[in-house]
Design a protein around this ligand. Structure first.
Ligand code: ADP
Length: 517
């Protein structure tokens, strides 16, 4: 039998390769550079651990987190594979011992943090060893366009410089095409094999809803389906993790808080209690992140809008790693978007800031849109799929909660047309509402037939209707955010086509605009 099948069975205890794994293993064995984009839980580790056993020499794994390395090494020792790490938390003596073991060829895998590669001395040490290939875990950290850029990952361009003949295998769970290109470029991979799995996680049910107040009633009702099951609840602030954990305790749910302000012992204790099913729920900030290796997480809830779709998808991706049906709930409000914008605005103006705004815009659209949620995420990551039909709220109960806005759509589209398709949505809505702003007067638009015919709705409601028309591709957005009619938009006017919107999209905007007044 081929050695790789034998090892798959005898060492890892699996009967078959999962989708994409064998292709990756073969490429690594053929000493090719590879880049693999596979969702969390799909089994990326095996793709490099197995070839490492087949090949002569040492595999060096660059990993961003100590906890992650630690878990991997523990898992490998359980399989009887010799692996170790070198980290700043170890004593010089421990580091020396590990280096010695590398020299003697006693290890198969060596885990190191990216900052190790800053110093010449470590690179020189690696040059004295017989290396088979490098692994870069969480490779998206290399890209500023990604959502978890790490300065230390920048060092990794040096690998190809120092080791031009040693292949690199880069792994990540989430990367848009832009991030993918950036990773390839930053790491200088040569003719890599790119394996991009389908993005959709078909054992997850995705729901998103406007948050009522603090959202706790909605959360309890969501949790009622998961008695004694494991789950993660993400909140924005440390304080909120603690108060929500206490609140859940009063409802007889075993929950604990997890955030970066806790001591390492407290964090470890909570993580292990969760791993061992001693507690049901971890209420966490994003600090509870990478490297959570628990397969039976049945639900992930977000109490507010994450910063990006990448973050969101990675977080919900922690549910259902065992392949069993699992659920996710995103509760959000317009105020979350305002808060994120404020935080982004505090950063110095840069390309990075611009990307942050764009990413925020994308997740806000995701949350409020009526399009199949799985399809939206797949589209975002450049994958094309059909609507899920049964595994997201938009597909399941979208139509039920729709209201007819055919009349309003007609007004708005006509207003776009009458003002000459030369303005942004805000302006067009101002005309519709009969606003007395100077620009409208200058353009003579108060004499148009559409001027003031929309005063029965708030500005925010009209903007929601505009978003809906964009989502339906009835309105196109061009340079400087100028809106114009698409062919479909023109058809809606001519043939009086039916248009509907989720009732909540009008309600929430109404509330938000009242607050703003
Ligand atoms: P990732 O790194 O992609 O998030 P992991 O490598 O941690 O995922 O793997 C997730 C889980 O899938 C692990 O529990 C692992 O044992 C399991 N797994 C990996 N490959 C296989 C396989 N071929 N058959 C069955 N289970 C597998």
């Amino acid at each position: 039998m081929d050695k790789k099948y034998q090892l798959l069975h005898s060492v890892f205890g699996h009967h078959h390769f999962r989708a994409n794994q064998e292709e990756a293993v073969n490429a690594i064995l053929a000493r090719k550079d590879i880049m693999m984009i596979l969702p969390t839980g799909a089994g990326k580790s095996l793709c490099y651990q197995l070839p490492s056993l087949v090949m002569e020499g040492l595999t060096v794994v660059i990993s961003p987190l100590l906890a992650l390395m630690h878990d991997q090494i523990t898992a490998l020792s359980a399989f009887g594979i010799k692996a170790a790490m070198i980290s700043s938390m170890q004593s010089p003596q421990e580091i020396q011992e590990t280096m010695q073991a590398c020299r003697k060829g006693e290890l198969k895998l060596l885990y190191v943090a990216p900052e190790r590669l800053k110093g010449e001395s470590f690179l020189n040490f690696l040059q004295t060893l017989s290396l088979n290939f490098f692994v870069i875990d969480e490779a998206h950290c290399v890209s500023e366009w990604g959502h978890e850029f790490r300065e230390d990952y920048r060092q990794l361009f040096r690998l190809k410089h120092y080791f031009p003949k040693t292949p690199i295998a880069a792994f990540t769970a989430t990367a848009t095409k832009l991030v993918e290109h950036d990773i390839l470029h930053q790491l200088n991979l040569s003719h890599p094999l790119i394996i991009r799995a389908k993005v959709e996680r078909d054992n997850l049910t995705i729901k998103a809803d406007y948050r009522n107040g603090n959202g706790r009633d909605q959360l309890l009702s969501f949790l009622s389906a998961f008695k004694n099951e494991s789950g993660i609840i993400y909140t924005l602030s440390r304080k909120e993790t603690e108060s929500l954990a206490l609140f859940l305790n009063t409802h007889k749910i075993l929950a604990r808080a997890y955030h970066a302000g806790l001591s390492t012992e407290e964090k470890n204790e909570t993580y292990h209690a969760f791993l061992n099913d001693e507690i049901e729920v971890v209420v966490a900030t994003v600090a509870f992140g990478m490297g959570i290796d628990k397969s039976n997480i049945r639900f992930v809830a977000h109490m507010s809008l994450p910063k990006t779709i990448e973050n969101y998808y990675q977080e919900i991706g922690r549910a259902g790693r065992d392949g069993l049906p699992s659920s996710t709930l995103l509760l959000f409000s317009t105020s979350d978007i305002v808060e994120h914008k404020r935080r982004i605005g505090e950063q110095p103006a840069s390309e990075y800031q611009k990307v942050a705004y764009e990413k925020l815009d994308a997740i806000a659209k995701f949350a409020t849109s009526q399009v199949c949620r799985h399809q939206q995420v797949a589209t975002y990551f450049d994958d094309a799929i059909l609507t899920c039909k049964t595994r997201c709220d938009n597909c399941v109960d979208g139509e039920k909660q729709s209201v007819d806005i055919s009349h309003e759509a007609l007004k708005l589209l006509s207003s776009v047309y009458r003002t000459g398709q030369r303005f942004g949505l805000q302006y067009v809505v101002d005309v519709l509402m009969g606003s007395t702003n100077e620009k409208i007067a200058q353009n003579g638009h108060q004499s148009l037939s559409v001027f003031g015919i929309g005063s029965d709705k708030t500005k925010a409601q009209w903007l929601s209707i505009g978003d809906r028309l964009m989502e339906l591709d009835a309105l196109k957005v061009g340079e400087y955010r100028v809106v114009s009619l698409s062919e479909y938009g023109a058809q809606i006017i001519k043939q009086r086509l039916h248009v509907s919107i989720h009732a909540k999209r009008l309600e929430e905007r109404k509330k938000a605009s009242k607050k703003a007044k």
